[in-house]
Design a binder for this molecule. Structure first.
Ligand SMILES: Nc1ncnc2c1ncn2[C@@H]1O[C@H](COP(=O)(O)OP(=O)(O)OP(=O)(O)O)[C@@H](O)[C@H]1O
Ligand SMILES: [Mg+2]
Length: 169
């Protein structure tokens, strides 16, 4: 079962996306099948991997809303063993649209479960926030028994804000 790594910090501009892209690309360059999931409405991981904005493309938004399966939402990249589920700015709305949905905190975990046999590593690029979206992003980690979160800049609140995870690097 593939290992899920969330690169998270509620503080903005501390290097989450840079870390997520380079981590995922390094796994792929080492010939390990890797999936990067862009969970940030800013979509910087998607543009960083060369995906131009396309409102028609299936994204993390569709995944969370149950409008696409993980398999359907995959996009290829220039690296043979690196795939991405891109983001879109409409992901901002998911926080509100899912507010009354059942098991909303498990949506991402359930959606990527079928992909965890296929990918050795699944890297999640998180938004700089502590909202439902961020909470959902952390749910896949405990299911693997090995939560791994990497606040990439030290600072007041960085660790306490991510207290749901048992390992912070
Ligand atoms: N190790 C590093 N050394 C110096 N600059 C860095 C490093 N990592 C990232 N940066 C720079 O810091 C800026 C912010 O990086 P990045 O977009 O990865 O942060 P972020 O945490 O994802 O931001 P956001 O919270 O807005 O999503 C970028 O200009 C990036 O080039
Ligand atoms: Mg970012």
């Amino acid at each position: 079962m593939g290992r899920v790594i969330a690169v998270a910090n509620q503080k903005g501009g501390v290097g989450k996306t840079t870390t997520a892209i380079n981590l995922a690309a390094s796994f792929a360059a080492a010939e390990v099948n890797t999936l990067l999931i862009d969970c940030d409405p800013q979509s910087n991981a998607s543009s960083g991997l060369g995906l131009v904005k396309d409102p028609e493309r299936l994204s993390t938004y569709h995944l969370l809303l149950g409008e696409a399966s993980g398999e359907q939402a995959l996009s290829t990249t220039e690296l043979e063993q690196l795939w991405i589920i891109p983001s879109h700015k409409n992901l901002i709305g998911a926080n509100i649209e899912l507010v009354e949905a059942e098991r909303r905190e498990y949506r991402l975990r359930d959606a990527i479960a079928p992909l965890r046999e296929r990918f050795t590593y699944i890297v999640l690029d998180c938004p700089p926030a502590l909202d439902l979206l961020t909470y959902q992003i952390h749910m896949p980690c405990p299911s693997n028994g090995e939560p791994l979160t990497a606040p990439t800049a030290a600072g007041a609140g960085a660790a306490t804000g991510l207290g749901g995870c048992s390992a912070c690097l």
